[in-house]
Design a protein around this ligand. Sequence first.
Ligand code: ZN
Length: 276
Amino acid sequence: MDGLRPSEDGTLFRLVGWPADVPPERRPVAGLTRVSFGNFVFSDDEPPKAVVGRRQALAARLGVPFERWTSARQVHGNRIAVVDEGDIGRGRDDPATAIDAVDGLITRTEALLVLFFADCLPIYLYAPKAVAVGLVHAGWRGTAANVAAEAVRAFATAFGVPPADLYAYLGPGICGRDYEVDEPVAGALRSAYGPEVPGLRPTGSGKYRLDLAETNRFALLEAGIPAHRVEWTRRCTTEPEAGLYSYRRDGRAAGRMAAFIALPPGHRESAPIGPV
Ligand SMILES: [Zn+2]
């Protein structure tokens, strides 16, 4: 089922319906911004102040203090960072302080985890019993490096969360109809997933089409998350009506959307007591 709901003003999607079998008051604060909210990464095209202002506005919309905004410098790899109290706020108004060279963040703190997207796939993770959340950035390189499975492993290592206790949601990325890749990409994916890569289909002309959501869904199931706990949207970043940034569609002119996740509000009261 598709748990994404557009806000009334159209500037963002909230992931209000996920996980479907967790009561709404115990669902994390999660979603992503749309083009009409503007670009969320620092670039030469606009003053940093404009980007910081947008970030502050988003945090206010979510009811989370901007001071908790925590971002990474993404490198299309498979490293996952465990965000602790000392990391909260890194990268929020200065890219030099961002958590360096990671493509997944997980936490049990009150950080607002934020990563940036324009076609790559956002993967949201939630462990309600442990009250832990995570966010992953997966393009083809990260998918070939199995960043999704690394994130599942990080929940086990850092928080003792078995994969069976995790929920996952695959947000909007570029879909399998619109994402053409060539043989080196196909080869890298085969090295990771074997000769038959779920989501990779030959077009007949030496090229392939890749469905990042399908491949990453497979990766999450292989890592041990039960199938009924993996949900996804079928919205695609290239569809104009989705109102999302697409690097494949817009090239250099594309900004970056902010995908975000934080613990459910009031989680302290609803969290189970005892070991997780
Ligand atoms: Zn598409």
